[in-house]
Design a protein around this ligand. Sequence first.
Ligand code: SF4
Length: 209
Amino acid sequence: MENTKEEIKAGKMLPVMETFYTIQGEGVHTGSAAYFIRLGGCDVGCVWCDVKDSWDAGKWPITSIHEIVTAALEYPGRLVVITGGEPLMYNLEPLTALLHEYGFKIHIETSGVYPVTGDFDWICFSPKKFKNPHPDIYSFADELKVVIYHKSDFDFAEQHAQKVKDSCKKLLQPEWSKRGIMTEQIINYVKSFPNWKISLQTHKFMDIP
Ligand code: SF4
């Protein structure tokens, strides 16, 4: 047990909630085939979280990074998306090094509340009101994706947009259960502030994971 804890701390073993090969449904890379690695564990506590099952890391099998990469290699795509939960709760240096060794491009989806560890080809930062991000994330983020649940979230999005680098892509995405109300507001917002784009959860429309 002690050994396992050490291996997790070193990032050589990680709690894997699920893995699946699908189409990236949201954000800048929508439409690309990708192998998703969903790590268990999150302490951000979003009320509208659609993967609450991920919060307790202890529920998920501790898996070696070699097993994770071997499983990913079974599919033809060489794009991996690491998500959660909050994947940056873990040291992702060893996993990302091994994935790169095997030729994968690596994207991550994070709330940014922990320091960035690991080497990524694309960092999608999705800040949450429920826990402040670590300040380092602003210089790393390639994509700022803000979920719009309430009209006050537009201001929240702008606060973060002021801190990211100029090249960072800025997207607004309706929270799924509020899409009936918020999508129209987002359309109008993006027409007024065209430095933003719209992201939709197209995987939910396509009924794929
Ligand atoms: Fe859920 Fe993500 Fe929020 Fe964690 S950060 S509670 S996984 S939506």
